[in-house]
Ligand binder design. Structure first.
Ligand SMILES: [Zn+2]
Length: 287
């Protein structure tokens, strides 16, 4: 099923999936992806809430759905089902009215020379998951929360084999030396290399919160002519009465979105800690 859609120049994405499932009862430490099998209606409910809040793109609940990550929770033999069901649930929730992005996160292990995983192995593992997502009918692939540029490039290369539209977003933090991933990759050169390697859009997601992202997003914007996706965390969570609470509220998110629109950011959504209440502010913007 080879297809490459063309995205509009402006889109609102959805908010977090993992932390939202936790808010709705998924125990911490349990992989969110298992719910595609164990409780698909809960996953569908989150998708539907985001769509009702104004999201034009929803992301499949497959962020950790690669073989290596699933192996850590003893779910390796369910890789096919987890990814196929993840797409099926999102397509059902979309009712053909919003786009479905196939979410692909990091492998969770270091690639040589930093770790033992070879580049060939890494490409094979990414390709396996991406092929499942593509064949199940996602509109495009979103590689996200990458902190290693090398890993991001391998994931991108894996996805491009399937002739589908691919976006790549990395997770940067603001440091004394500017925007960097926790591995030290800086914003401008990372974004330029992703563009050169054939990403269809690029951007930043996750990280420490709105404040950091307000400094990082302009750097991403000026590094590329490609469409840019920005999806910040709702700040860093704190424990309150046995629950993880994210500090940034929907009102703050609205101000954040205003700034992103001023910067000509094409695609805006939310990462960890954002909820349908955050995404609902999209309704106040007529684009
Ligand atoms: Zn996140």
């Amino acid at each position: 099923m080879n297809k490459k859609i063309k995205l509009p120049s402006f889109l609102f994405f959805d908010g977090a999936m993992g932390t939202e499932l936790q808010r709705r009862g998924l125990p911490l430490g349990k992989p969110p992806e298992i719910l595609n099998i164990e409780n698909p209606s809960l996953v569908e409910e989150v998708h539907r809430d985001y769509i009702n809040s104004g999201a034009m793109v929803i992301e499949t609940n497959t962020f950790g759905g690669n073989r290596l990550r699933l192996r850590k929770s003893g779910l390796e033999d369910k890789i096919k089902e987890i990814n196929q069901k993840g797409v099926e649930i999102a397509l059902k929730a979309s009712r053909g009215k919003v786009l479905v992005a196939g979410s692909v996160g990091p492998l969770g292990e270091l690639i040589e020379p930093l770790g033992n995983l070879t580049e060939e192995e890494a490409e094979k593992i990414f390709s396996e998951q991406i092929e499942l997502l593509v064949n199940s009918g996602v509109d495009f692939i979103l590689i996200e929360t990458m902190i290693s540029l090398n890993e991001a490039l391998i994931a991108l290369r894996s996805a491009k084999k399937f002739h589908i539209l691919v976006g790549v977003t990395m997770s940067f933090e603001w440091t004394e030396r500017g925007g960097r991933t926790p591995f030290g990759y800086e914003v401008e050169s990372s974004i330029k290399k992703l563009e050169k390697a054939g990403a269809d859009f690029v951007g930043a997601n996750c990280g420490k919160g709105f404040e950091d992202m307000l400094k990082i997003a302009p750097l991403v914007r000026k590094s590329t002519n490609l469409p840019v996706l920005i999806q910040p965390n709702a700040g860093l969570p704190k424990w309150e009465n046995g629950q993880l609470i994210y500090p940034e509220n929907p009102e703050n998110f609205k101000k954040f979105v205003e700034e992103m629109i001023k910067l000509n950011i094409n695609y805006i959504g939310g990462c960890c800690g954002t909820t349908p209440k955050h995404i609902e502010v999209f309704k106040e913007f007529n684009k």
